[in-house]
Design a protein around this ligand. Structure first.
Ligand code: HSE
Length: 401
C-alpha cells in the first residue's frame, strides 16, 4: 500500500479525493499497489464531510511522515505551495500538481530537485486540464522537431466566447456562469486577460525547447474588448473568434503570445466550443496532431492529477521525464510575426484607410455607419505604423490561418 496526501481541499483537491475513491479498484490495479489517502491538508475544517477525519492543518504532519510517498498539491498560487513542494521533494516524496502558476515560475528547479532526490514532480493537469498533452510531448513526440503549437488553453474564456457567439449573451453574465461551474480562477482577471493561457503556453514552450520560457516575456491580450459587433463580422466571414495561445519557432526565433483571433472553418480549432480546450501541435515529421478535451473543471483536472499519482506510484524511487533547464528561452517580440487584421472603421474613414493600407477586402456586417477591411499579411509594427496614418479605427482583430 502506498500512502498519499492531498494539499488543499478546494475544487481540485476534493476532486482528487473523489476520483481516487470512485475509481479506487482500477487505480490500485494500474498503480500496482493500493493508493490510500492518509491526509488532506487545509486550513479549514469540513464537518460532515466523509473524509473530515483525514484533514490536518499542519503540513509538517505530512512532510515528517515517512509513510507518505506521493503528494497531490492542489493549493494554487506560488506560496506556500512552493515551500511545501520543495520540502516534500527534498524528503523524496513525489509531488503531482495542477498549479500552473508554480510550474511556470519554478518548474525547472522543482524537476531538478525531484531528480536529485529520486522522486518525480509531475504537472499534467497544469495545461489543458484533463487532456493528456505534457506526457505525450515529453515521452511520445520525442522524434520530432516541434515548431508550432496553437492552443485554446483557457476553458473560461472559450466558454464565454462560445456563449457570446451562439447565444448573444453578455460578457458579465457568462463569466458569472463559468465561475459558478468552477471553471474560473479565484481571480477571473487571470482568465479574461489571457494570463492563465500565457502561463500554459510558457509551460508548453519550456517542455518543447528544454529552456525556461518566462511568462513575463509573453505578450497577453485578453477578451474583454470583444463585443457583439465583432461576432457580426466573424459570422459574415464564416469565422470563429477564439483566444489563441501561440508558440512558433521560425528560423531560430521563438514566438509565444496570447491574443483573441478570428479563425476559419478549415482550422481544426474552429469547432472547439464551450469549456473545451484543444492543442494543435505541429512536428517536422509528424505534421499536425490535435489534443482535445475538458480543459477545466473539478473532475477532469483531478483525473489528470491522479493519473500522475498513479505514474509516481508505479515508479517509486525513480524520476519520471518532463523537466527543462533554468536557462532562459529567448523570445522574439510577437509584433514581428506577420498576420492579417480585420479592422473596423467608420464609413467616413474608408477612403483614408484605402489610401494607407491599399486595396483590402471590404467586409459589411450590417452595422450602420461602419465597415471592416481585411488587410494583407503584415507584421504588427507595420500595422501600427500604417494605423497611425489614418484618422482612427474602431477596433482591430488578428486573423490567423
Ligand atoms: N481557469 C482555468 C480555465 C482553469 O478556465 O481554463 C483550468 O486551468
Amino acid at each position: 500500500m502506498v500512502k498519499a496526501a492531498v494539499l488543499g481541499y478546494g475544487t481540485v483537491g476534493s476532486g482528487i479525493v473523489e476520483v481516487i475513491k470512485t475509481n479506487q479498484k482500477l487505480i490500485d490495479q494500474r498503480a500496482g499497489e493500493q493508493v490510500d489517502i492518509k491526509y488532506i491538508l487545509d486550513l479549514r475544517d469540513f464537518p460532515g464531510d466523509p473524509y473530515e477525519n483525514l484533514v490536518v492543518h499542519d503540513v509538517q504532519v505530512i512532510l515528517q511522515d515517512p509513510e507518505i510517498r506521493v503528494i497531490a498539491e492542489a493549493m494554487g498560487g506560488v506560496e506556500p505551495a512552493f515551500t511545501f513542494t520543495k520540502a516534500a521533494l527534498s524528503a523524496g516524496k513525489s509531488v503531482c500538481t495542477s498549479n500552473k502558476e508554480l510550474v511556470e515560475k519554478h518548474g525547472a528547479e522543482l524537476c531538478e530537485l525531484a531528480r536529485q532526490n529520486s522522486c518525480s514532480y509531475l504537472y499534467e493537469a497544469s495545461v489543458g486540464g484533463g487532456i493528456p498533452i505534457l506526457r505525450p510531448l515529453a515521452t511520445s513526440l520525442t522524434a520530432d522537431h516541434i515548431d508550432a503549437v496553437t492552443g485554446i488553453l483557457n476553458g473560461t474564456t472559450n466558454y464565454i466566447l462560445t456563449k457570446m457567439d451562439e447565444e448573444g449573451a453578455d460578457f458579465d453574465s457568462v463569466l458569472k456562469q463559468a465561475q459558478e461551474m468552477g471553471y474560473a480562477e479565484r481571480n477571473p482577471e487571470a482568465d479574461i486577460e489571457g494570463h492563465d493561457a500565457g502561463r500554459k503556453i510558457a509551460i508548453l514552450a519550456s517542455i518543447i525547447t528544454g529552456k525556461d520560457a518566462d511568462f513575463d516575456q509573453i505578450y497577453t491580450e485578453g477578451i474583454t474588448a470583444i463585443n457583439p459587433e465583432d461576432f457580426a463580422y466573424a459570422h459574415t466571414m464564416k469565422k470563429a473568434i477564439r483566444l489563441l495561445a501561440i508558440y512558433r519557432e521560425k528560423n531560430g526565433s521563438f514566438f509565444a503570445y496570447v491574443a483573441p483571433a478570428m479563425i476559419g472553418r478549415d482550422n481544426p480549432l474552429y469547432g472547439v466550443r464551450d469549456v473545451f480546450n484543444s492543442i494543435l501541435v505541429h512536428g517536422n515529421m509528424l505534421g499536425n496532431a490535435m489534443f482535445y478535451g475538458a480543459g477545466a473543471g473539478k473532475l477532469p483536472t483531478a483525473s489528470a492529477v491522479v493519473g500522475d499519482m498513479v505514474d509516481c506510484v508505479r515508479s517509486l524511487g525513480k524520476t519520471l521525464p518532463g523537466g527543462w533547464s533554468t536557462e532562459k528561452l529567448p523570445l522574439t517580440d510577437h509584433k514581428s510575426r506577420a498576420k492579417r487584421f480585420l479592422v473596423r472603421i467608420k464609413e467616413e474613414d474608408a477612403a483614408g484607410f484605402r489610401e494607407v493600407f491599399g486595396d483590402c477586402e471590404e467586409i459589411r456586417a450590417g452595422i450602420d455607419g461602419e465597415l471592416g477591411f481585411l488587410t494583407a499579411e503584415m507584421d504588427e509594427n507595420e500595422f501600427e505604423k500604417k494605423a497611425s496614418r489614418i484618422r482612427e479605427y474602431i477596433s482591430r482583430i488578428r486573423v490567423e490561418d
